[in-house]
Design a protein around this ligand. Structure first.
Ligand SMILES: Nc1ncnc2c1ncn2[C@@H]1O[C@H](COP(=O)(O)OP(=O)(O)OP(=O)(O)O)[C@@H](O)[C@H]1O
Ligand SMILES: [Mg+2]
Length: 719
């Protein structure tokens, strides 16, 4: 049983789905490539921008240090200030020093200022509540002991670094510069430190200073200043998220140690509150920067960078989607259109397989493979129909005359009885039926090999018997040459030669000739036995044939002739009596190789003409050389008779009949049979041309025309 086909399993949908998948896949690849390319571009831009920004930032940070130092330098040079420090050291008014420090903060560009004694303890601070000592503040320690600092590679006279302030109103980490304090006489008076708080404002200033953007149009990066990987100041709106990320993200934690070692990180992705940044963490340098793990992060927002690419992507997606929509629509339409004939053909084939004749296939064949399939299918259908019809006809013909007289010729056909199976001989010589020798009677064994099973028929050359070849245990037909001919040595020699040639023809539409032999002076020919009837009998029983059958039988005879002509054998006696049908309804031409020896044997015998006058070509009547085209003339007569039910020329007097073949124009078939295809009428007219050179020149040409006619007809119209 055929499995039921679901809609998506149809050829149209399969084609469509495959195309759709391909188109979608292609679109996905384009989008992916565009996306990857955009990401790569953004990363490259960000990376370049961050490198340049990082460098400038470092310089700007140093610059802040220089500006603090410049104020500090001026302050420490001023003798009034030094005197104030000396006074305080001597136990005087440290509060007035603290006030002076506070007053000078704006001039110092600083937010904190403090002075320590030479022993490191606090003398005065601009902010209240300062710690008493600063042993952990490297820059102060260096300013107190410049020689040691110099030895450690910090030449001074000022030292830049960081100070953690955990007192006063504004605790935090301060970017600071420290210097030694000396009296005009050179006595150490301790050290002074000024600092600016590392906070959002500084971050903002630094950002403005540092980042002009390496390329115009690039978005400005954000800056975060870190201590212990915690934000001190930033221009980022998402500072808290950044802190959380810095504290938790394993990738960033790994980076922390590298930064502590003084290395810059690679460009890393940062996802902050739904925004994506590419950032790079760099250590911040200063004498004691490491204590406080000072670092800065420059973060480049990716979204604005990707925006142009995103727009491009969106455009591709939009155009792609629109294109996809149109392409898919078109592809479904074209798949349906292309497969529509296949669907029709599949339906027809299914009907055929189910034992039903499909509706007439009305497809117009296209010039492609589907067209070839359509044409072939139509031809196959026509052939099957014709075969089916023929088998039915053969069956009824075998049973007797048809009950429906419609397709029969108008009058009884006298020619069919007296036809051409008879050789033309002077009336006087016409034989009465010779009795068969005993060995040839039913039950006898002939030539010690063939057991006679019955008489198949009698012809001009002799009798045909159905025999069993006892050697091969096979049924064959055995044609016994009548005694008149058998005694002619020239005839026998030629017959042998012709049979040798005829044996070479192997074709499904040619009856196989097996052997030639002679037994007790009786020459015989054995051939394939067919349990079937001749075309003559079919015509007698049914009259003219329907067009598809005409085309089929004629095409098979033409193909058989083509095979014979290819090995150089001309039949010379093509006629309905020499076409036999096998059980499958295929036509087979018989009696190849017999006509020529008979003609040669009787040549010159007065009043004798050998052949079947109804099918005889003008050149045969004139005694000229017969060739392939002679068989085509006879095929023309046969075709005429198949179409109309009667031969083109007829007369009770043989001389008249021959004269008609020689000179008369044959009737134009379409005039007699109105619904005959004009091309078939034209073909018959050409085959019946008097001069061989005016006929089709080969059986192959005729075969082709008949095939085209059969396919074009589609088996639908009937004559
Ligand atoms: N190979 C065969 N198998 C079955 N039947 C055959 C075979 N050959 C001939 N016959 C039968 O024998 C009959 C006589 O054949 P035969 O060829 O002798 O007669 P013909 O064709 O009328 O005359 P001829 O061929 O001599 O002009 C045929 O009509 C056919 O019915
Ligand atoms: Mg015959």
């Amino acid at each position: 049983m055929q499995p039921t086909m679901r809609w998506y399993q149809t050829l149209a949908w399969t084609l469509f789905l495959r195309q759709a998948t391909a188109v979608l896949g292609l679109l996905a690849i384009i989008l992916w490539v565009a996306y990857a390319e955009a990401e790569r571009g953004a990363r490259a831009t960000a990376s370049a921008s961050l490198s340049a920004g990082g460098y400038v930032l470092e310089r700007a940070f140093e610059q802040q240090g220089h500006s603090l130092d410049a104020g500090l330098d001026v302050f420490t040079q001023y003798s009034g200030n030094v005197a104030l420090v000396e006074q305080a050291l001597e136990g005087g008014a440290s509060s007035s020093l603290a006030d002076t420090l506070l007053d000078n903060l704006p001039r110092l560009n600083a937010e904190i200022a403090l002075v320590v004694r030479p022993d490191g303890s606090l003398l005065a601070c601009s902010a209240r509540g300062a710690r008493p000592t600063f042993p952990d503040v490297g820059i102060l320690q260096m300013a107190l002991a410049p020689e040691e600092a110099q030895a450690a590679g910090h030449p001074g006279p000022s030292y830049r670094g960081f100070l953690r302030v955990d007192w006063g109103d504004r605790p935090g980490v301060y970017h600071a510069v420290a210097r030694s304090l000396r009296s005009p006489g050179g006595r150490p008076l301790g050290a002074m430190l000024v600092g600016a708080r590392v906070d959002d404002r500084v971050a903002g200033d630094l950002r403005r200073l540092a980042i002009a953007g390496p390329q115009r149009g690039d978005p400005p990066p954000h800056l975060a200043l870190l201590s212990h990987f915690q934000t001190l100041g930033t221009t980022l709106p998402e500072a808290q998220t950044l802190d959380r990320l810095l504290a938790r993200d394993p990738a960033l934690l790994a980076v922390r140690y590298r930064v502590l070692d003084g290395e810059r990180s690679a460009v890393l992705p940062f996802r902050l509150d739904g925004r994506t940044y590419l950032g790079r963490i760099s250590p911040l340098r200063g004498v004691n920067a490491l204590d406080l793990e000072m670092a800065e992060v420059l973060l480049m927002p990716v979204d604005p960078l990707l925006a142009p690419f995103r727009n491009l992507q969106r455009a591709i997606l939009a155009v792609g989607a629109a294109g996809l929509f149109v392409a898919l629509g078109l592809s479904l339409w074209s798949a349906r259109k292309v497969t529509a004939p296949l669907k029709t053909l599949a339906g027809a084939a299914e009907a055929l397989a189910g034992g039903q004749w499909p509706e007439t296939v009305t497809l117009v064949p296209s010039p492609d493979e589907v067209g070839v399939l359509t044409r072939t299918f139509k031809a196959m259908l026509a052939e099957l129909r014709a075969k089916d019809d023929l088998l039915t006809l053969l069956e009824t013909a075998r049973k007797g005359p048809a009950p429906d007289p419609a397709p029969r010729p108008p009058a009884p056909a006298p020619w069919s009885q007296d036809e051409a199976t008879r050789r033309l001989e002077p009336a006087a010589v016409r034989r009465t039926e010779e009795p068969l020798p005993t060995a040839l009677r039913e039950g006898g064994v002939f030539a010690a090999r063939y057991r006679v099973d019955g008489l198949l028929g009698r012809g001009g050359m002799g009798v045909v018997l159905k025999v069993r070849d006892l050697q091969l245990d096979e049924e064959v037909a055995l044609k016994v040459i009548r005694s008149g001919l058998a005694s002619n040595p020239a005839f026998l020699a030629l017959l042998k030669q012709e049979i040798r040639l005829a044996r070479k023809i192997t074709h499904r539409y040619v009856l196989r000739t097996h052997d030639f032999g002679e037994f007790e002076g009786i020459p015989y020919v054995t051939m394939e036995y067919l349990k079937g009837i001749t075309l003559r009998s079919l015509l007698d029983a049914r009259g003219r044939l329907p067009l598809p059958l005409v085309l089929r039988v004629a095409r098979q005879v033409a193909e058989g002739l083509e095979a014979a002509h290819a090995v150089g054998v001309v039949h010379r006696d093509i006629k309905p009596a020499n076409v036999l049908f096998d059980v499958r309804g295929d036509a087979k031409i018989m009696d190849f190789g017999l006509a020529a020896p008979v003609a040669a044997a009787t040549e010159g015998e007065a009043g004798t003409l050998i052949g079947s006058p109804r099918y005889m070509s003008p050149e045969q009547i004139r005694g000229e050389r017969a060739d392939a085209r002679t068989d085509l003339y006879a095929l023309g007569v046969l075709l005429f008779e198949l179409c109309s039910g009667f031969p083109p020329f007829d007369s009770p007097r043989i001389d008249d009949l021959l004269a008609l073949h020689l000179d008369a124009k044959p009737p134009f078939l379409p005039d007699l049979v109105p619904d005959l295809p004009p091309d078939l009428g034209a073909l018959v007219a050409r085959l019946l041309e008097k001069r061989p050179e005016h006929r089709p020149q080969s059986a192959a040409e005729v075969t082709e025309i008949l095939k085209i006619l059969a396919a074009g007809d589609g088996g639908s119209s009937r004559v």
